[in-house]
Ligand binder design. Structure first.
Ligand SMILES: Nc1ncnc2c1ncn2[C@@H]1O[C@H](COP(=O)(O)OP(=O)(O)OP(=O)(O)O)[C@@H](O)[C@H]1O
Ligand SMILES: [Mg+2]
Length: 249
């Protein structure tokens, strides 16, 4: 069963008299527990697509279905609740609150949702295990490395146990090794928590962790790459790179 579905999704931006067609009719379905990477050149519509899938923005036409909810049929308030409970976001620039500790940042979505964080000690410990930050739990963001900050951001995105985790260039600001550890972490949350994960990335190395890679160009899905789960990482990466080259030529 699909957990997330995009049907004939279009997005136009009005820039003065000029109309930018960012997405031109996207159709695709995501199953629970899938790990998907979205790739494509700058300006191809990756972030726009991620925002529409997560209900951060609404399409000009077409429909996003999250579980059994048609996002466009919800009121703004219902859409906010649907997003809060079903979708976790991770961004390129971590977006942590500088005055809060790692632990407080992780718990923040629960507090916003009116929950008592003291009742979530077990969940917090489990997440600190997952992201390997037990000994950094009392650090403020400026006392953490970039990779650690991103791990806090991932734990924060997972704390409400969202059906779907959406990440826009989560490794874009990290060196290769740290980026690899973030992708391994996302892969682990897929495998261990059956977490559905969709990652936007420019980086074929990062994308090779996904089980399915979707290529966008000029607002359309132009290709899909689905390696066998037995394909080693380096072969997946070269497959992704040759697909990228073929699409650029
Ligand atoms: N708020 C906006 N107003 C007008 N045009 C926009 C807006 N946001 C995005 N666009 C345009 O829509 C197209 C798709 O943008 P989008 O940000 O989705 O691309 P992207 O694939 O994420 O690129 P990048 O890899 O550089 O992040 C681009 O041509 C962009 O200029
Ligand atoms: Mg983008």
């Amino acid at each position: 069963m699909s957990i997330l579905k995009a049907s004939k999704l279009r997005k136009e931006y009005q820039l003065g008299e000029h109309v930018v067609e960012a997405l031109k009719g996207i159709n695709f379905e995501v199953k629970q527990g899938e790990f998907i990477a979205i790739m494509g050149p700058s300006g191809s519509g990756k972030s726009t697509l991620l925002h529409l899938l997560g209900g951060l923005d609404s399409p000009s036409d077409g429909e996003v279905t999250l579980g059994d909810a048609h996002l466009s049929q919800l009121t703004e308030y219902q859409a906010t609740l649907a997003r809060r409970h079903n979708v976790g976001f991770v961004f390129q620039f971590f977006n942590l609150l500088p005055t809060l500790t790692a632990e407080e940042n992780i718990l923040l979505p629960l507090i916003i949702d009116g929950k008592n964080p003291n009742e979530y000690e077990e969940r917090l410990n489990h997440l600190l295990d997952l992201v390997g930050l037990h000994d950094r739990r009392s650090h403020k963001p400026d006392q953490l490395s970039g990779g650690e900050q991103q791990r806090v951001a991932i734990a924060r995105a997972l704390v409400t146990e969202p059906a779907i985790l959406l990440a826009d260039e989560p490794t874009g600001n990290l060196d290769t090794r740290t980026g690899t550890s973030i992708m391994e972490l996302l892969q682990r949350s897929c495998r261990e928590l059956s977490q559905t994960v969709i990652v936007v990335t420019h980086d074929p190395r990062a994308a090779s962790y996904a089980a399915r890679v979707i290529f966008l160009r000029d607002g359309n899905i132009v290709k899909e790459f689905k390696p066998s789960s037995k394909t080693p990482l380096n072969e997946r990466m070269s497959g992704i790179m040759s697909t990228m080259q073929a699409l650029e030529s």
